[in-house]
Design a protein around this ligand. Structure first.
Ligand code: HH2
Length: 279
């Protein structure tokens, strides 16, 4: 199995891939304002590649709880100089964190390979664009999905997320996206209780067979809920979250601290492979 599309290919089951985060935003919860300047964002992306990122995710609006959406024109004005600045400089693929079809289309033309849609394909145009451009398509279980509200605790949350993601993948297939272009994501920290977030980290039920699986827990509240710390001091909890996600079958981890995440993921990969351990 692989996660692949035009210009990129990740064989699955061989290693856990590290997606480095570049937030071109003034207000992201953990690093808002640090990389709003395009030159700093470009330099950060190149540094993350050097630290071991297998792909780079560029986002231009914060989606932290209670966020106010940035209009698509403004989102594109933040993304454009960064994508242009990275052109020809990166050897790893780029994904763009957007739920706007017009931004998605422009970003793919400007060199991005993958669309990262945190709404799980609310705008069906995302499917047709991904199909036409043979782009990767990450579909995340969003915070406003009505199906999670009925699960007060952790019980069955994995199944609810699974069912939403399967339906999203099937809509993408119907629009002509190939299975290998699709990557599914349980949306840790999006509209879920702390108990649900914790359960999802180790949930094999949430993962849909036949598709790549991405988990994004980096520096999120779930990593330090029992032991509060500011966002730049959450690497310990983050690495523990990643290890749990690897046990549950994550293929890609979306991370801020690439060096530390890659170091830990390589160890977990090696132990799981050499011992044949599985839950
Ligand atoms: N989490 C965030 C943003 N985009 N995309 C996917 N596929 N999965 C995630 O878990 C995910 C995501 C939120 O984290 P971050 O980008 O660090 O913060 P902010 O939204 O405040 O910019």
């Amino acid at each position: 199995m692989q996660f692949s599309g035009d210009g990129f290919s990740f064989p699955l089951g061989e290693k856990t891939y590290i997606m480095g985060i570049v937030n071109v935003t003034p207000d992201s919860f953990s690093d808002g304002g640090r990389y709003l300047d395009p030159e700093r964002a470009v330099a950060h992306a190149l540094r993350l590649q050097q630290e071991g990122a297998d792909l780079i995710d560029i986002g231009a609006q914060s989606t932290r709880p209670g966020f106010t959406p940035v209009p698509s024109a403004q989102e594109w004005e933040r993304l454009r100089p960064v994508l242009e600045g990275l052109s020809g400089k990166l050897s790893v693929p780029v994904s763009v964190d957007t739920f706007y079809p017009d931004v998605a289309e422009k970003a793919l033309k400007a060199g991005a390979h993958i669309l990262n849609d945190i709404t799980g394909g609310k705008e069906e145009a995302m499917f047709t664009i991904a199909a036409r451009c043979q782009a990767g398509l990450i579909l995340m279980h969003p915070g406003d999905a009505a199906d999670t509200a009925q699960y007060a605790g952790s019980r069955d949350i994995g199944q609810a997320v699974h069912d939403f993601l399967l339906a999203a993948a099937e809509k993408a297939l119907a629009a002509g996206v190939k299975p290998e272009q699709i990557c599914l994501d349980p949306g840790i920290g999006f509209g879920k209780t702390m108990e649900q977030n914790r359960a999802l980290l180790l949930s094999k039920a949430a993962r849909v067979e036949g598709y790549a699986y991405l988990v994004g827990a980096s520096r999120k509240r779930v990593t330090v809920d029992a032991c509060p710390a500011p966002p730049d001091q959450r690497v310990g909890g983050t690495v523990a979250a990643h290890t749990l996600a690897q046990l549950a079958g994550a293929d890609i981890l979306r991370v801020h601290d690439v060096f530390e995440a890659a170091q830990a993921a390589r160890l977990t990969d090696a132990v799981l492979r050499e011992t044949g351990f599985s839950l």
